[in-house]
Ligand binder design. Structure first.
Ligand code: GTP
Ligand code: SPV
Ligand code: MN
Length: 602
């Protein structure tokens, strides 16, 4: 039985019929995005156990979803970019020939939706009426995915109207399959504007508008069309003179994008106001005025829950008190959620993320470290008035940030766009729980896009250089690190709202002010350039945060050779020059004795 709703688009209907013939669902429902539809799907989820109702008096329309225990994060080793020519996907992606990938997955999709409903979700990435925006249609057998897509994207009529009679929509096919990691694949076909994902219900694997379409496929398209699809937050900052500035920041997964996007200025910085445009993805286009403009293609926030509190991120904390889906958090007896880093102390008893009894003496964490909230952007109190602006916002600065306990200073500035591209290309970060695998291991993550670039990253670096050369007023580029630690293992920088102090220096630099020294690695703030008013931080502590130890950087330079070799002839000559220049400056700054006994590293 097919309920076509109001859809008349022949291309969509034809594809729906083809998928239904393969997956053999009991029922097909084409979603319209209405409130009644949401209520109906929630009701079904409560009946099947896909959702648990949270305390509706205190947290209206909030629900808890518990995933399968082995389906809690992105699985990068099961994620493929399937291009006809392997070189096009690059050493940064797993590759399979498109025909081989389809031959592998077709039997897995065959009959996969038997006994289930097949939902068809037309969605729009980007503001309605924007030349940036793209339409996708996700077919899924997961109600949780439908409810999440309704929050994370603009669903229903708005998407169909944007599409009109065009056949230019991304075909996003998703099934939970049997949820076994042995039969889990996330396959991208950039040459066919198509994604096939089976075996996972987790965010980045299953909400196909997000990482699959808005980053991997969009980055491929962006290269063809002369723009950039990036893993970036977009933040508006109103200074005490009431001038509004926009900055973007690329930080790897679980490295602070959502928190920076919702920054609350410290009390000692009156007159500053922060607004949120996006927390995870930015589509950036050169405009006729020579500047780079950004839109957030998403309509909601899929954020890391642990560590979210009234102290660290009050905006997010308030936002998730209503209309929010929680995934894999703990449940208190009063029907409210709890997690590590919550303002409330650990409850005497609770159910952990898998629904097992938990007490503070339990060995395991109550909430999964990658537990998530899914909340609509319109519930964010700091949402920028420009959020829906079809032209986007002009970007003054781009930040590359990562989790680095050692070596990397709090902030430094690239000398120009080419040097900034080099800083992005050589980014590396300690791994987090957002992807399966070991946590805390240093790995390369150029531009925070390693898991998300849908083509050869050597070509991607060149594309960055090419886009920069079209800009007459390019953003300034900075590297930041909130996560440097002292000898005691504690963070040296307070982070969160106090990151505005660093942003203030960044905006000063954009205006041609702000004190700096030209260090071997780039422009470094002088000891007093970053405002510490209201912070109890000594000169020694600030010096430790800003320290550039040439001996430590020798290791970094040596490690970059691996990156350069990995991309062979695809690695841009201009970035190799930047590498040589860094090596030259570092070696000038170091004594021969210091050079001995150093290994290569990142
Ligand atoms: P994804 O959604 O995975 O892309 O992550 P994200 O980059 O948006 O990271 P998020 O802002 O959710 O932060 C991840 C974790 O880092 C949370 O536990 C935060 O509390 C913590 N965090 C964020 N900003 C800071 C900071 O400035 N300092 C410190 N010490 N921790 C931070
Ligand atoms: C990330 O891992 O960078 C996320 C979460 O933003 S997911 O959408 O699952 O990729
Ligand atoms: Mn992310």
């Amino acid at each position: 039985m097919t309920d076509k709703g109001t859809v008349t688009h022949a291309g969509i209907l034809k594809w729906v019929d083809e998928v239904a013939a393969l997956t053999k669902p009991d029922r097909v429902l084409i979603c319209d995005g209405s409130e009644g539809e949401r209520e109906q799907i929630v009701k079904e989820c409560l009946a099947t156990g896909e959702l648990i109702e949270l305390n509706q008096t205190r947290m209206p329309r909030c629900y808890l979803h518990r995933s399968a225990p082995h389906d809690v994060a992105r699985t990068e080793h099961l994620t493929y970019v399937c291009t006809n020519n392997q070189d096009d996907s690059g050493p940064n992606n797993n590759w399979m020939a498109p025909a081989a990938a389809k031959a592998k997955l077709t039997p897995l999709f065959d009959g996969a939706m038997r006994g289930r409903t097949m939902f068809v979700v037309p969605f729009l990435m980007g503001p309605s009426g924007s030349e940036f925006s793209k339409v996708g249609v996700e077919i899924t057998d997961s109600r949780y995915v439908v409810l999440s897509m309704r929050i994370m994207t603009r669903v229903g009529r708005v998407a169909l109207e944007h599409l009109g009679g065009s056949d230019d929509f991304t075909r996003c096919l998703h099934s939970l399959g049997d949820l076994s990691p042995d039969r889990r694949f996330i396959m991208h076909f950039p040459e066919e504007n198509t994604v096939w994902s089976i075996g996972s219900g987790y965010g980045g694997n299953a909400l196909l508008g997000k990482k699959c379409m808005a980053l991997r496929l969009a980055s491929w398209l962006a290269r063809k069309e002369g723009w950039l699809a990036e893993h970036m937050l977009i933040l508006g900052l109103q200074d005490p003179q009431n001038k509004i500035h926009y900055v973007c920041g690329a930080f790897p997964s679980a490295c602070g994008k959502t928190n920076l996007a919702m920054l609350v200025p410290p009390a000692s910085m009156p007159g500053w106001k922060a607004t949120t445009v996006g927390d995870d993805i930015a589509w950036l286009r050169p405009a006729p005025d020579g500047r780079l403009y950004a839109v957030n293609p998403e309509a909601g926030f899929f954020g890391v829950v642990p560590g979210t509190s009234r102290k660290t991120n009050p905006t997010a904390f308030d936002m998730i008190q209503h209309d929010t889906l929680f995934t894999n958090v703990a449940l208190r007896p009063d029907g409210t959620p709890w997690w590590e880093g919550h303002d409330d102390p650990a409850p005497a008893e609770a159910l952990d993320w898998q629904g097992r009894p938990w007490t503070p003496s339990s060995a395991e964490k109550a909430a999964h470290p990658n537990s998530r909230f899914t909340a609509p952007a319109t519930n964010c109190a700091t949402l920028s008035p420009e959020f829906d602006n079809p032209s986007g916002v002009p970007i003054e600065a781009i930040l590359f940030g990562a989790r680095r306990q050692r070596r990397v200073p709090l902030v430094y500035e690239a000398r120009n766009w080419q040097h900034g591209t080099f800083l992005g290309a050589t980014l590396s970060s300690e791994t987090t729980a957002a992807a399966t695998g070991k946590v805390g291991v240093l790995r390369r993550d150029p531009m925070a896009m390693w898991p998300f670039c849908g083509y050869n990253m050597g070509d991607y670096f060149q594309h960055w250089l090419d886009v920069g050369s079209t800009l007459t007023r390019p953003p300034k580029i900075f590297r930041v690190n909130w996560f440097r630690t002292g000898d005691d293992g504690k963070f040296l920088w307070p982070g969160f709202g106090d990151n505005l102090r660093v942003l203030q220096w960044i905006l000063e630099r954009c205006a041609g002010r702000g004190e700096f020294t030209d260090s071997a690695i780039g422009h470094l703030p002088t000891l007093h350039a970053i405002d510490r008013k209201g912070l109890s931080m000594t000169d020694q502590q600030m010096a430790a945060l800003l320290k550039v130890d040439p001996a430590e950087w020798v290791e970094a330079v040596a490690g970059q050779e691996d990156l350069i070799h990995m991309f062979g002839s695809h690695f841009p000559a201009a970035l190799r020059q930047e590498h040589d220049e860094l090596a030259r400056r570092i070696h000038t700054a170091i004594t021969p004795e210091e050079l001995e006994g150093r290994d290569s590293g990142m």
